[in-house]
Design a binder for this molecule. Structure first.
Ligand SMILES: NC(=O)c1ccc[n+]([C@@H]2O[C@H](COP(=O)([O-])OP(=O)(O)OC[C@H]3O[C@@H](n4cnc5c(N)ncnc54)[C@H](OP(=O)(O)O)[C@@H]3O)[C@@H](O)[C@H]2O)c1
Length: 227
């Protein structure tokens, strides 16, 4: 199967590091023009910053939008504050709503388009202290499914990809060595996922070969959720 993105413009959030960086490199290798603004250009935790970026770049009409940026601030029910929940929702969810609003019009007019949200296993299961993160990823599933319905008549496919466990900065920050040992023992394939495995699925979902997969939350987790 030939997957090429010549003449396609891909807009990626969270492209500076981790999974998002590999997504950008993958699209570039396959011939796409990639736009991936850094935090200095668009701080996703600040609604005004996102609005300012959109207003200042009305010429950008991407064929493909991948929302990969994410943050996980641990907080239990005793620890959670408005501040924490607002910031996590701003980055993981509200910025995606704003960018989809900005891009959907052009995608509808062009009669095509692909949108992928990088979600998490925590949109399906969770761990203690994941109240902000899990809630925001569940909200993203609602957005993804509703958008899939609204944009399907225009040929736009909207999906979410849920990585299992990938050894990025986020994982290193939020999991102890004991957590990592325990989780690894519960992954049926016996290992964490690689960034490239996530990027490859996203490339397929965003390719011209995908004309029917929409409204799906697809896990890349080595079978973790089967247990
Ligand atoms: N790693 C995993 O095991 C795993 C598992 C499931 C889901 N995920 C999801 O995968 C996605 C990528 O995670 P990762 O592991 O690659 O994380 P990461 O290495 O921590 O990278 C996070 C990315 O999000 C960007 N970002 C965070 N806050 C931002 C803000 N306020 N404004 C602009 N950009 C911001 C970061 O930009 P800066 O460089 O400027 O900080 C960075 O590019 C996230 O949505 C995460 O929830 C990861």
């Amino acid at each position: 199967m030939d997957i090429g993105f010549q003449d396609k413009c891909v807009f990626v959030t969270g492209g500076s590091r981790g999974i998002g960086k590999t997504i950008c490199e993958t699209f570039k290798t396959m011939g796409a023009k990639v736009i991936a603004p850094g935090r200095d250009e668009m701080d996703l935790s600040e609604p005004e910053s996102v609005e300012r970026y959109i207003k200042g770049h009305e010429e950008i009409v991407p064929d493909i939008f991948v929302h990969c940026a994410g943050m996980n601030k641990l907080a239990s029910i005793e620890e959670v504050t408005d501040d924490v929940i607002n910031t996590v929702f701003q980055v993981n969810f509200f910025s995606a709503v704003k960018l989809c609003t900005a891009f959907a019009k052009g995608m509808k007019e062009n009669g095509c388009g692909k949108i992928v949200f990088v979600s998490s296993l925590y949109a399906t299961v969770t761990r203690e202290q994941r109240i902000p993160y899990t809630s925001s990823k569940n909200a993203l599933t609602g957005l993804m499914k509703t958008l899939a319905l609204e944009l399907a008549p225009y040929g736009t496919m909207v999906n979410a990809v849920a990585p299992g466990y990938v050894m990025t900065d986020m994982t290193k920050k939020n999991l102890s060595q004991d957590d990592i040992k325990e989780i690894s023992a519960n992954i049926p394939t016996g290992r964490f996922q690689e960034e490239q495995e996530i990027a490859d699925l996203i490339a397929f979902l965003c390719s011209d070969h995908n004309k029917s997969i929409t409204g799906q939350l697809i896990s890349v987790d080595g079978g973790f959720l089967c247990r």
